[in-house]
Design a protein around this ligand. Structure first.
Ligand SMILES: Nc1ncnc2c1ncn2[C@@H]1O[C@H](COP(=O)(O)OP(=O)(O)OP(=O)(O)O)[C@@H](O)[C@H]1O
Length: 417
């Protein structure tokens, strides 16, 4: 396996013992960029020390806690760890995602004594508060999709996790160095707003920023410095969001927008799928209630489609995702739930049936296609009065999003006057 740029930069940096913030575009391999160094120090694959110390002792404590904002992303990370560990050592990693049976998770923690746990903030915080997550000597805390994790929704749970994971028992709570002596904190996202830099400065020590090939101390990041890093006082919220979205998209993605009437949106989606002969499509909408209707219309036109959103049960969510991954479902109609982190290599088209709220959301949605150097197309279907939003996204992201139409089974770009 040839390491990607971000992996070449992040792996040695983490192995040297630094706290890091990893920022690089969607689908560039950030998950392995932190899993590989963790697994070389934790669990059965860890490098043996010269005196053979610490190879097979059964530890009581958890060595690494990985936090992700959705169950789907959590489970995807678990599978990635399991792949690296191999079938023999599956019990080294334990999922702690919401929606799954909590007492079974607690039983597994007790019985298997996993070295690594991967979960969603709510469930990890819950089990930690119940005193059933032993993380005093935890050495790695990963916040994947960190900007989402630091949002208001997760605030309390994240606070609990940051305060407890890796906190040494018996250390004076006022002595922050002794308190966190062992813990390395790794924060990851394609979009890193200034709030993340600020957080990393206060929770980590001498943290470094890894941006694809570049590694730099966080302290040296000037507010006007590299793109994607935001000025704390840079005026309006929209200018903050703008900068954060830059460099978060794979360079090879193609972007278009198509103007249509509200009632023709789903039919435009159908024509788009056929024109591009797309095999695996994610269509985003903003309101959960509309997803079912869109699926119904697509199915009525002979396209196998399914809805995925947070109101569905755990089983329905995982079955739908499995079907989409193995190609049984051609169009997955979903909401923001699937915008972050979801890795389906075959996804060749992303469609915005509703425009995203800002450029950061655009970047994460768009990044579900064109992963790891593959081709990918993003089409935003909008009504005439919304075209100005597309123009704004185009400017903020620094990418062309030309108008197109689907005629005679083809995508035709409309030249602007
Ligand atoms: N060096 C590599 N060689 C081949 N495949 C790789 C390599 N690194 C990662 N991959 C694969 O590339 C895909 C994308 O990686 P990953 O999901 O980690 O991207 P990401 O940067 O975290 O994206 P996002 O920002 O959307 O979460 C995954 O399927 C992963 O297994």
């Amino acid at each position: 396996m040839v390491p990607t740029d971000v992996q070449s930069a992040a792996v040695p940096t983490i192995l040297k013992g630094h706290d890091v913030v990893i920022q690089s575009y969607t689908g560039s391999g950030k998950t392995l960029a932190y899993l590989l160094p963790i697994l070389s120090e934790v669990g059965p694959l860890k490098k043996k020390s010269p005196n053979g110390e610490g190879e097979s002792e059964k530890k009581k404590e958890i060595d690494a806690v990985i936090v992700a904002p959705s169950r789907e992303l959590g489970m995807q990370i678990v599978r990635e760890v399991e792949k690296l560990l191999g079938p023999e050592d599956k019990k080294v990693v334990q999922q702690l995602v919401g929606g799954a049976n909590r007492s079974r998770q607690e039983e597994a923690l007790k019985k298997n004594k996993p070295a690594i746990v991967v979960g969603t903030p709510g469930r990890i915080a819950e089990i930690s508060t119940a005193g059933k997550l032993h993380t005093h000597s935890c050495r790695f805390l990963v916040l994947d999709e960190v900007d989402e994790l630091l949002s208001f929704n997760f605030r309390e749970d994240l606070h609990r996790i940051l305060e407890h994971v890796g906190r040494r028992s018996g250390a004076d709570p006022r002595d922050s160095i002794a308190k966190w002596a062992e813990r390395r904190i790794i924060m990851v996202s394609a979009t890193v707003p200034y709030s993340v830099i600020r957080g990393a400065r206060s929770w980590g020590s001498d943290s470094l920023l890894v941006q694809a090939k570049k590694v730099m101390p966080l302290e040296s990041v000037a507010p006007s410095g590299p793109v994607n890093i935001l000025k704390p006082t840079s005026g309006s919220d929209s200018s903050i969001r703008t900068q954060a979205a830059l460099q978060s998209l794979p360079p090879a993605l193609k972007h278009y927008h198509c103007v249509t009437k509200l009632q023709h949106k789903v039919d435009t989606l159908r024509r788009c799928v056929h024109a591009l002969d797309a095999k695996s499509v994610i269509a985003f909408m903003n309101h959960t209630k509309q997803l079912k209707d869109a699926v119904f219309k697509l199915e009525a036109r002979g396209i196998v489609a399914a809805e995925l959103h947070g109101d569905l049960g755990k089983l329905a969510r995982s079955t739908t995702l499995k079907k989409f991954r193995n190609g049984e479902v051609r169009v997955l109609v979903t909401n923001e739930l699937s915008a972050r982190g979801l890795d389906v290599a075959e996804c060749d088209l992303v469609v915005n049936l509703d425009l995203p709220t800002d450029s950061i959301h655009y970047a994460h949605r768009a990044g579900r296609t064109g992963r790891l150097g593959r081709k990918g197309t993003v089409v935003s279907i909008c009504e005439e009065p919304e075209v100005f939003v597309v123009k704004k996204l185009q400017k903020q992201l620094g990418i062309p999003i030309p108008a197109c139409e689907f005629t005679e089974g083809k995508l035709n770009v409309i030249e602007e006057d």
